[in-house]
Design a protein around this ligand. Sequence first.
Ligand code: BV8
Length: 249
Amino acid sequence: MMQAQPNSFPPVPPTARIVILTGAGISQESGLETFRDPDGIWAKVRVEDVATPEAFARDPDRVHAFYNMRRARHRTSAVVPNAAHAALARLEREWPGDVLVVTQNVDSLHERAGTTKLIHMHGVHSQARCNGCGHVVPWDGDMSTANVCGGCGRAGGLRPHVVWFGEMPLEMSRIQEALSVCDLFISIGTSGNVYPAAGFVRLIRRIGQAHTVELNLEPSRGANLFAESCYGPASQIVPAYVDGLLNGA
Ligand code: BV8
């Protein structure tokens, strides 16, 4: 495992606008599984069976069981924000410039750590959406085809308010706007496999004004696209990187 490298780049000016992309790796030390690690979610269940609109149309009970299991896991007392989530919330509080977290994660660990400027581009499993009328409501317990939509009164159409493969991620124009003006782009805990998130660093490089940093356990698929990188567990390297930013501010 490559160890954290000292930050040998010029200090980031305190007016810098920061966009941070996070993936499942930032939540791994909180006890939530990643997707593509050897013991990850996709090693146990196929995307085509649980994370596409076609899967939900074909076998909604199976898809509900998959998300009910993940929602229940997330509710256990052992799953709490780790030092990486806390460091990003501190950065938002103490950094003079704008800080926006764009997460691919459907858990609520960033909010629970105190991050408020946050976009869940792949949705959240703590909300339900009606396939019939689009009504979105908070959802904490199990969900099934027996549940009735509070908006249209129909049963059977409620689904987790998450973005499946083949569906458009949420708030893409707001994300693209933030990427187009940012001065620092930090990617944390993502393997760089899933688009459009995996393409953000290419967009940033095309615009050419922002410094790009990858903080991950190991090099992602897009590792060579980042100007700076630091490898190790997020709970260690993210607080260290945030300290470096705030000490230089
Ligand atoms: C779309 C659902 C278009 C919720 C998920 C090119 C361009 C555009 C699209 C595509 C394209 N090529 C292919 C596509 C289609 C597809 C795609 O990208 N497929 C891939 C597999 C090739 N993309 C889509 O379908 C997207 N939609 O493009 O729509 C469109 C246009 C018009 C109209 C309609 C549609 C939708 C993608 C969203 C899919 N939904 N999740 C859920 O169940 O969670 S994706 C799923 O993968 C999760 O959201 C997850 O967050 C995401 C990415 O995974 P990672 O977060 O990176 O997790 P992973 O396990 O892979 O990696 C973890 C990393 O952490 C590793 O690197 C590991 O080393 C590291 N790590 C582990 N432990 C630690 C650590 N790091 C630090 N510390 C640790 N302790």
